[in-house]
Ligand binder design. Structure first.
Ligand SMILES: Cc1ncc(COP(=O)(O)O)c(C=O)c1O
Length: 510
């Protein structure tokens, strides 16, 4: 299937560029003997996490509890949760996760650790944590010079275990060019050095010294103190990375495919990708190099000047050969935001569609178990599949048998599991590079957060016509973001039929 056959708007993912970005950062970290624990929130996809692990990622930093639970369920062992948590439900989820993986929390105050300590004691476990230091973002974190004193205060929590320090120099996104980056790298290094010295003076030896952002990665990866890095956006890159001088257009893997649908004025065109594809993000830190809402590839004369929900306003400066009916590709300002607005990436190599990649960990919070059946599932009652507790059992046994992805067992060779031609089983590689057969398709049901483990995909597979007849899957697909493996055997024809159906329903996937 060609890209020219994909319905617009669509979120495209250039797999060659993606793999190059993943390899490049993995190789640089490995060359300096450093561990890469990428921030998962960028892509929220188990399939892409598996690629990062296969390329050498030793662990993951999770931005949501959903991400943490999904990775723990998938068998990843070394996981860090980026932010403190204190409310009882979130703490209960953290305790559950800590029983499944080698979880490291982050702490920057005394309230959250008091709650976490109590919960850990009750559960009979010790929770590991790093102290967050403020390297200039002024969001979370204690001042670097107070890290030692803060560690002393935390020492009273006997069910918590100090492991080191963490930070994120997110204020680097105010940089308007590559020339400005070294200043932020220097600030990051200085903050870390001050914090390490403060901890050592207080009698604490930080085993983990972790930081990371895509723009400061290159400038700090050789630093002697930092040993663990958390870049996130590097897999995609985007227009904000172009503006900070971190990436070139040819490094941007995620683009929005759109059609020009109207030309109401000499200098104005309208396209069918709006805020619900591109996002309204213009950078959190006021970067003056960012113009509009994305970069239209091959059209420097065009600015994405405004967005309504489903429509983009393209302003032309001077002459342009753009016309109604053209298909354009737009690099979004913030690829992480665009990723969070789609259920699937359309993975492609050049002009060829390769396969769909589920964004299976987005959403905002799992329902608790009781809610699943009471509130959520009846709305999906049109589906004939039975919901049972079997997925839960299968999940537990998958975790029990998963090989830990400890740093020593990590493959730093940078090779990627190839997306094979279609087979009946899932193509989502496991953390160890093997392919799951039973639980991975369940994880691909992005819109069924908690129910994912309960849906008997085998039930769907056992319907003979599902894999032979494009009509039935298309119907199912219109109701649910079903795992692509279900559609594999019928290949392109099936995907087209599904996309047509979804398009008819006004969905944004294709
Ligand atoms: C705590 C934390 N660490 C790491 C990252 C990754 O940063 P980047 O996407 O710039 O690589 C983020 C991104 O928001 C973050 O919040």
């Amino acid at each position: 299937m060609k890209l020219s056959e994909v319905y617009t708007p669509a979120v495209l993912l250039d797999l060659d560029i993606l793999e190059r970005n993943i390899s490049r950062f993995a190789a640089e970290a490995a060359a300096h003997g450093k561990q890469l624990w990428p921030m998962l929130k960028t892509h929220k996809s188990l399939e892409l996490a598996a690629l990062q692990a296969a390329a050498g990622a030793a662990g993951f930093l999770c931005g949501t509890l959903d991400e943490l639970e999904a990775l723990a369920e998938a068998g990843y062992r070394d996981l860090m949760y980026a932010y403190p948590a204190a409310d009882p439900l979130s703490v209960a989820r953290l305790i559950r996760a800590a029983k499944r993986c080698a979880l490291i929390l982050r702490i920057d105050g005394l309230e959250a650790p008091a709650v976490l300590n109590e919960a850990a004691r009750e559960a009979g476990i010790r929770l590991s944590y790093t102290i967050i230091i403020d390297a200039g973002l002024h969001r979370f974190g204690v001042p670097p010079e107070k890290a030692g004193a803060f560690a002393r205060e935390l020492a009273r929590f006997d069910s918590l275990r100090f492991r080191g320090l963490s930070t994120h120099p997110g204020h680097v996104y105010a940089a308007g060019s590559a020339e400005e980056l070294p200043r932020y790298c220097e600030e990051e290094r200085a903050a870390v050095k001050t914090a390490v010295e403060s901890l050592q003076a207080a009698g604490f030896a930080p085993e983990i010294v972790s930081s990371g952002s895509t723009p400061t990665f290159r400038g700090t990866v050789g630093d002697g103190l930092l040993n663990l890095y958390h870049p996130g956006n590097y897999v995609f890159m985007d227009a904000i990375q172009l503006s900070t001088g971190t990436a070139r257009e040819e490094d941007c893997a995620l683009t929005i495919l759109a059609s020009v649908i109207s030309h109401p004025r000499e200098d104005l065109f309208l396209c069918d990708a709006g805020a619900k594809c591109l996002g309204l993000d213009q950078g959190a830190h006021g970067n003056s190099s960012i113009r509009g809402y994305g970069v239209v590839i091959g059209h420097p004369e065009i600015t994405v000047a405004g967005l309504s929900e489903e429509v983009g306003k393209l302003h032309a400066e001077g002459r342009t050969d753009l016309k109604v009916g053209d298909r354009i590709r737009i690099i979004p300002n913030h690829a992480c935001s665009s990723a969070n607005l789609t259920s699937y990436y359309v993975g492609h190599r050049g002009d060829e569609v390769d396969h769909l990649i589920a964004v299976d960990i987005r959403g905002n919070g799992f329902c608790c178990d009781e809610w699943d059946e009471a509130l959520f599932l009846p709305q999906r009652g049109r589906m004939s599949a039975k919901l049972t507790g079997e997925g839960e059992k299968r999940r537990s046994s998958a975790i029990g048998s998963a090989s830990p992805s400890s740093p020593s067992s990590v493959n730093t060779g940078g090779s990627f599991p190839r997306w094979g031609k279609h087979s009946g089983s899932s193509r989502t590689p496991t953390p160890t590079g093997r392919r799951k057969t039973s639980s991975a398709p369940v994880c691909a049901l992005g819109h069924l957060p908690r129910a994912r483990g309960r849906l008997r995909v085998s039930t769907l597979r056992s319907v003979p016509s599902l894999r032979a007849n494009p009509i039935l899957p298309a119907w199912l697909y219109s109701l649910f973001p079903l795992p692509s493996s279900l559609f594999s055997p019928a290949g392109e024809k099936l995907i087209r039929s599904c996309s047509r159906k979804r398009s008819a329903m006004g969905e944004k996937v294709w």
